[in-house]
Design a protein around this ligand. Structure first.
Ligand code: AMP
Length: 181
């Protein structure tokens, strides 16, 4: 595609640009720190290309994403696909009327929200996040899009922690992950 000016896919080892932080934000979690990847122009450009390429010949109305790290990738992806961007946020952050869904965390529940007029029924949507772990967050985002009767064309994530089997809870939607662990 045309946005490959800064990326040299032959020399970039994308995985080496991600920093593992053990025991963050709590013991037992190995946090995938993408700030080191974002800091590197070639790695950033390559990541955006890789996240976007499966959809470049499709008509996409909106790229929807979950705050906050998903937004970093979703907005430039939307621009490359001539699509709009739709933010999905924690309750109380979006200023207009919203719909919300709850989802389970390891302990307790959480909620995410979307503006009720963010998409029209039948719009083609791609869902984007930086990382797919258990899939709980993405499943809730799918529910929001389905409530607004959007058509989910695909799910695109930079990192998939395959051992957590998040893919298994997301139904039949096609999932594209750039890096698998
Ligand atoms: P989940 O709902 O379990 O799939 O978690 C996905 C969300 O949590 C994503 O928005 C990630 O940004 C974040 N997340 C979960 N696990 C990690 C991890 N090991 N490193 C970095 N971010 C993570």
């Amino acid at each position: 595609m045309e946005h490959t000016k800064k990326s040299n896919i032959d020399i970039i080892d994308l995985k080496s640009k991600i920093r593992d932080i053990p025991d963050f934000p709590k013991k037992g979690i190995i946090f995938k720190d993408i700030t080191t990847l974002l800091n590197d122009p070639s790695a950033l450009a390559y990541s955006l290309d890789a996240l976007t390429v499966p959809y470049q010949n499709e008509l996409i109305h909106h790229v929807a994403s979950i705050e906050s790290r998903g937004f970093i990738f979703a907005v430039p992806m939307a621009d490359r696909l001539n699509a709009g961007f739709v933010p999905i946020r924690k309750p109380g952050k979006l200023p207009y009327k919203t719909i919300e869904v709850s989802y389970d965390l390891e302990y307790g529940t959480d909620k995410i929200a979307i503006h009720m007029d963010a998409i029209n029924p039948g719009d083609s949507i791609i869902l984007v996040d930086d990382l797919l772990a258990t899939g709980g967050t993405m499943k809730a985002a799918i529910e929001l899009i389905e409530k607004l009767e959007g058509t989910i064309v695909g799910i695109s994530v930079l990192i998939e922690l395959s051992f957590l089997k998040g893919r298994d809870v997301l139904g039949d939607y096609p999932i594209h992950s750039v890096l698998k662990y």
